[in-house]
Design a protein around this ligand. Structure first.
Ligand code: ATP
Ligand code: MG
Length: 662
């Protein structure tokens, strides 16, 4: 491996300074990630066992890319290296040390909807007013507490010592107990529990400290204080820590990331070496000039030089459209031009937006115009909540003993029942019908078990009269679903009936939010898909359909090849594409409404950094578009072009106007 060819002098210094603490602080596209990748290869080439290396990336995708690149440089000998996100590395550590934590193998990780359900349950158990104790807000407080590793006392200290926060503290305690009872971690626990493990078991910590002779961190500016604490703990023995980052790109404050990390690094690690990279290899000069001009409007940041040898390239296009459909049309036109006349592939192109929901109108236009696309990190059709819900209802109709599916739908729509109640029922079934295998899919003899326990819920300990009535009612609903499944109705009719009898459709119809409307549309899409399937496979029943659905969704993911990629700006961090469209560059969208209403300069600055991240993803061509008006909650609203567009130097900009019709 010849470093002199692949790297500039500063990068080489970053790679070859293997001992001690090193911080690389440099702008977008300056080759930080490249230096980090070469450093791994270099260490191994110098005889370091991959087993002794810990590399932390910001996304799983980044970890995969890095692994591929290292393998390309030095071959396939890195399987025992720890390379992944903070979270995935913690999962690995936790799963090797469950016993001291009081967990068992086969633990689960709860997602947001599951943690929220758990909190709702606790609010019910505590007999608190749901209006006042809104589960969503309480989850937010719990998240904050966990991100800061607060004890209950610290939580109360931070807020106020009122009944309200006393109750929240109690919910917090109960919530943590419930997680442990369910052999579950929430997302924050992954790091929090790892730290707890290390704090309470010195010998375990020492083992890992001994192991990780070299610790490397990418996207360092977005590590949270807790992640930082963990990295420090792990590198304390050998003190070989290498971090690369860019304070201009710190965009995760809302998730607890703390820019002071990057500024504190040199004081926390004695004899820390700071290396600055100044040459941008990624972007055409116009793009660098434009993105620098934007970020210069922020006050609070380090001073960095940036230069490039790259040619100026095309001007940055700022495109105005009449409305969101016009904007989508415009993008379709540009993409067609780029692919037909300029020689780009669809896969060279990325569409970046501030918020997930902005993809919908674009998706519609792409489907109509046959532009292949892929949503990165976002939810594929089968990952959407409502689609997962309806599939769970179908699963339950086929197999009422499917506890995972049951838990998913038991309280959607709201029935005053939560996963804890289901747990009690499961425990009861397990204790009283020991030969029954709760988790197998097709029961030979399903005359006994969870489903039957629901019929006689009063026998179950911990379930009072009121709860029991609700359980029985739910049991009746399930019986209706099973009856639908066993009826002579056609497959699409069965699915339709299950949607109705479960109350799921009514729940969405009664909900007037935009979100519920989108969900209904997706449900309709699912019905259309069911119909389609039925037309092709008339002989197949619900069970076959469910099995085949799995196959569709698995294939979906494989098909990433020549497609336009769509994602949020957050998800695009660290990535690069020849052509980038940043869409919806309007006040209240980008910068986001929330950041404007707080009136805090720091919030706008975070949005500006986000804009900087978006722009610097582009290698050759950058398009930024806005609409003059847009529908919001069914009403047309006038939009104002984003302030960030005003910050672009006119010399590098080309303005275009795209209007529907004439
Ligand atoms: P970001 O802050 O966006 O994560 P980065 O600093 O990590 O950016 P890289 O992704 O490592 O930048 O590099 C940007 C591009 O420049 C990549 O395509 C990389 O291969 C290329 N590059 C970096 N350094 C060099 C070099 N010395 N010679 C040639 N190409 C380079
Ligand atoms: Mg990078």
């Amino acid at each position: 491996m010849d470093l002199t060819v692949a790297l500039n002098e500063r990068q080489r210094q970053a790679v070859e300074t293997t001992e001690g603490a090193v911080l690389v602080l440099a702008g977008a596209g300056s080759g930080k990630t490249r230096a980090l990748t070469y450093r791994i290869a270099y260490l191994i080439e110098q005889g370091v066992d991959p087993y002794n290396i810990l590399t932390l990336t910001f996304t799983n995708k980044a970890a995969e890319d890095m692994e591929q690149k290292v393998k390309k440089l030095i071959g396939d000998q890195i399987s025992n290296m720890y390379l992944g996100t903070f979270h995935s590395v913690c999962v690995r550590i936790l799963s090797q040390n469950l016993e001291p934590l009081g967990y068992e193998s086969g633990f689960v990780i709860y997602d947001q909807s599951e943690t929220k359900a758990l909190v709702s349950d606790i609010i019910v158990t505590f007999d608190l007013d749901k209006e006042k104790y809104d589960p969503q807000s309480i989850c937010r407080i719990i998240n904050k507490a966990k991100q800061n590793l607060w004890t209950t006392e610290e939580l109360i200290d931070y807020y106020e010592d009122t009944d309200f926060y006393q109750n929240i503290a109690e919910i917090y305690v109960k919530y943590n107990e419930a997680l442990q009872d369910n052999n579950a971690f929430d997302f924050n626990d992954l790091i929090g529990k790892t730290i707890e493990l290390f704090e309470e078991n010195e010998e375990i910590l020492e083992k890992y400290q001994e192991r990780f002779k070299y610790v490397l961190i990418d996207e360092y500016q977005d590590t949270s204080p807790v992640q930082y604490q963990l990295a420090r703990m792990l590198s304390r023995k050998h003190n070989n820590i290498f971090a690369v980052g860019d304070d201009y790109q710190s965009i995760y404050k809302f998730r607890g990331a703390d820019m002071s990390n990057i500024l504190d690094f040199s004081t926390d690690f004695a004899d820390c070496k700071v290396i600055k990279l100044e040459r941008n290899y990624r972007c055409k000069a116009n793009i660098i000039e434009a993105s620098n001009a934007v970020i210069e409007h922020n006050y609070n940041q380090s001073d960095k030089q940036a230069w490039t040898d790259n040619e100026p390239g095309e001007p940055i296009v700022i495109a105005e459209a009449s409305d969101e459909y016009g904007e989508a049309d415009y993008i379709v036109d540009e993409i067609n031009n780029l692919v037909r006349f300029t020689g780009y592939d669809y896969s060279d192109i990325a569409i970046l937006y501030r918020s997930n929901h902005q993809s919908r109108v674009l998706e519609e236009a792409f489907v109509k115009q046959r532009i292949p696309y892929y949503i990165v990190g976002g939810l594929g059709f089968y990952d959407r909540k409502e689609i997962k819900d309806i599939i769970s209802y179908l699963k339950v109709a086929v197999n009422p003993q499917d506890t995972v599916a049951l838990k998913r739908i038991v309280n959607t729509p709201k029935r005053g029942l939560g996963p804890r109640t289901i747990d009690k029922l499961i425990n009861h079934a397990q204790e009283h019908v020991p030969e029954f295998d709760l988790f197998s899919f097709a029961q030979e003899d399903n005359t006994l078990g969870l489903f039957d326990v629901m019929q006689e819920p009063t026998q179950v300990s911990g379930i009072g009269k009121k709860k029991a009535a609700k359980v029985r009612q739910f049991h009746e609903t399930l019986e209706q679903l099973i009856a639908v499944k066993e009826s002579d109705l056609s497959l699409p009719q069965q699915v339709d009936q299950i949607l109705k009898k479960s109350g799921y459709q009514a729940m969405l119809e009664l909900d007037t939010s935009e979100n519920a409307q989108t969900r209904l549309e997706n449900i309709n899409e699912f019905l259309a898909l069911t119909n389609n399937y039925y037309q092709k496979n008339k002989s197949r029943d619900l069970e076959d359909f469910l099995r085949d659905l799995r196959l569709f969704s698995d294939q979906d993911d494989l098909n990433e090849a020549n497609q336009v990629k769509m994602m949020t700006v957050h998800a695009a961090k660290g990535l690069e594409f020849p052509v980038v469209f940043v869409v919806g560059v309007e006040e209240e969208i980008f910068p986001h409404y929330r950041s404007i209403t707080t009136g805090e300069r720091e919030d706008i600055e975070e949005e500006r950094r986000l804009c900087y991240v978006a722009m610097t993803r582009a290698e050759d061509r950058l398009f930024m578009s806005y609409a003059r008006e847009r529908k919001k909650y069914g009403e047309t609203q006038e939009m104002i072009p984003s302030r960030f567009l005003d910050e672009l130097p006119r010399e590098v900009v080309l303005e275009k106007y795209h209007d529907l019709g004439f």
